[in-house]
Design a protein around this ligand. Structure first.
Ligand code: 6PG
Length: 247
């Protein structure tokens, strides 16, 4: 188990700025030490405001040409669909950064799900030059937390929560759209840093269960995220952190 850090901001808008600041800082650090920053983006509504800030107020704080973008999960829809996680990141951030196509490693939600999962494993092997049995080491994986305690597209009760052989799983979840592609916890747990973003009162019970509840990843899938040799950072607003002990 690596280091753990919980950052609590008074309001959601301050959380977005703090998350963007942390990402810009981590990008600079990674680019200085090994020449590039490999980030896996999350879907959901919370990161959208962070992506917008990164592309505007933080535009000149990051050397975008040295950033490689990946995704933690994707809905099985086309890249232009309003429900696509790629489409959200593209609209809010990527389209404003003047990137080369080879910097954007999207999950191909338009493929048949199992084929999409295998294609993304192939993409990870190629992009990280992985040898057989090796896992990618992301500089940063951004994650959200669902009210039902899911993260990525690992929903309560899904056997994919315990997947260790595959890097990417095709799953059928209890939310629309049902068919999704997701990195497995094994991949995320090999990252250098993992950052959960959660805001709002509706997240308070989920945050409490995942951080302080009894260990039960089948019920609380976000507990499966536990980087072995990396840092886990929670960036929360006051409302999302309100049920944590001592806050
Ligand atoms: C997705 C996600 C998902 C998300 C959480 C939190 O594709 O839906 O990647 O895991 O991060 O559902 O979403 P919010 O930030 O919208 O609450």
């Amino acid at each position: 188990m690596g280091e753990r850090k919980i950052i609590v901001l008074e309001r959601p808008d301050l959380l977005y700025v703090r998350a963007a600041e942390e990402i810009a800082h981590l990008a600079g650090e990674a680019i200085c030490t090994h020449g590039e920053f490999c980030i896996a983006l999350s879907g959901g509504s919370t990161p959208a405001s962070v992506y917008e800030l990164l592309a505007t107020r933080f535009h000149f704080s990051v050397s975008w040409k040295d950033v490689q973008f990946f995704w933690g999960d994707e809905r099985c829809v086309g890249p232009d669909d309003a429900l696509s996680n790629f489409a959200m990141a593209n609209r809010t951030m990527l389209s404003k950064l003047n990137l080369k196509p080879e910097q954007v490693h999207r999950m191909r939600g338009e493929l048949e799900p199992e084929a999409g999962a295998r294609a993304y494993e192939e993409e990870l092997r190629r992009a990280f030059a992985l040898k057989p049995g090796e896992l990618p080491r992301f500089d940063l994986v951004l994650l959200g937390l669902g009210d039902n305690r899911h993260t990525l597209s690992l929903f309560p009760g899904d056997p994919a929560i315990h997947e260790t052989r595959k890097m990417v799983a095709a799953v059928d979840v209890d939310a629309e759209p049902r068919r999704r592609l997701t990195l497995t916890a094994a991949v995320v747990n090999n990252a250098q840093r993992v950052m959960f973003l959660a805001a709002g009162e509706s997240k308070a019970c989920a945050v409490k269960d995942v951080i302080e509840g009894p260990r039960d990843p089948d019920k609380y899938p976000a507990q499966a995220i536990d980087p072995e040799d990396g840092e886990l950072i929670w960036v929360l607003d006051r409302a999302a952190a309100s049920l944590l002990e001592g806050r």
